[in-house]
Design a protein around this ligand. Sequence first.
Ligand code: ZN
Length: 358
Amino acid sequence: MQLYMPTKVYSDKSCVKKHGKEMVSYGSKAMVVTGKHSSRMNGSLADVEEVLKNENVPYIVFDDVEENPSIETIMKAKAIGLAEKVDFVIGIGGGSPLDASKAIALMIANPDEKEEVFYQPKKLPNLPVICIPTTCGTGSEVTPYSILTIHKGRTKKSISHRIFPELALLDAEYLKSMPRTNLVNTVTDALGHLIESYLNVNSNEWNRIYVREGLRVFADFKERLQLDMLLEDDYEKMLRTSSWAGMAIAHTQTSLPHGLSYALTYEKNIPHGRAVGLFLAGYVNTYEDQKAVSEVMELLGFSDTEQFSNYMYDLLGSEQVEAELLEKTANDLMKDTGKLKNYPFNITKEELMQMYQK
Ligand SMILES: [Zn+2]
């Protein structure tokens, strides 16, 4: 077993301002990587800019990161970052900007490398990355992963390079302006990370520490989430759960629901967390080791998988997905040996297709 969590994490109210000096200590010119809207709405971008100005650290803002960032966007940011001579990257937002910030930090540190390098097993340096999550699902602020959209393959895939952020600054205040659907989708992603990490070939008593605590906290807020009656404290709990889930998959990676979700997101624009969530009930029902599944259910506070399935259905509703698309996504996954090997048992294409929540 190996435990490795090199990202330094602060979780606090006004975290960015409180730890601003440390945030700017990673370089002399920053590239702030974010999307167009949410970091302006929730105040996170303003907080970061205030710190950079007060500390007299020059910076540029790259806010062209789209949902499910493409390789093209990363290459565009690379050119700007090189021209502006930035030497550290601050990612603000949900999984898309945070994942993008890692890929951009990799490319700027390796000016001669072309986009092919994303999927080559090469050891390369990267600029320091600081992540400030404003959703509660991805956990990207504490994982080494960066998932990019590959238009050629009509899907998404994690790059080969492992890039842990140096620093993660967690302030649940930023979550509060999120629309309910986004909140539900992102926290479902965190739930997927927890379940797929526990029911995973790489799972062990050490990395299950993160999962167990994450599942317990999820059990605490799950009913209020379902009823849309969240309390003030719940935002911090959701953000914490999401980071713990990230720490869990940093050790185990994800499994089948994530593998199955990517083509759904690409073809039908279904948000990542929701696309994962639609496979979760099927995953726990299919999983051969039902003793391990019972442990997960117990930690989550469900009596059995049927109660869990009903909860997921109530939370996400149904989504019509054509049989051909399910077949494509199952076919893609059958070829993805990296993802399949995280599943401890044999699985058929038909079983994969049946995991979908109708
Ligand atoms: Zn995910």
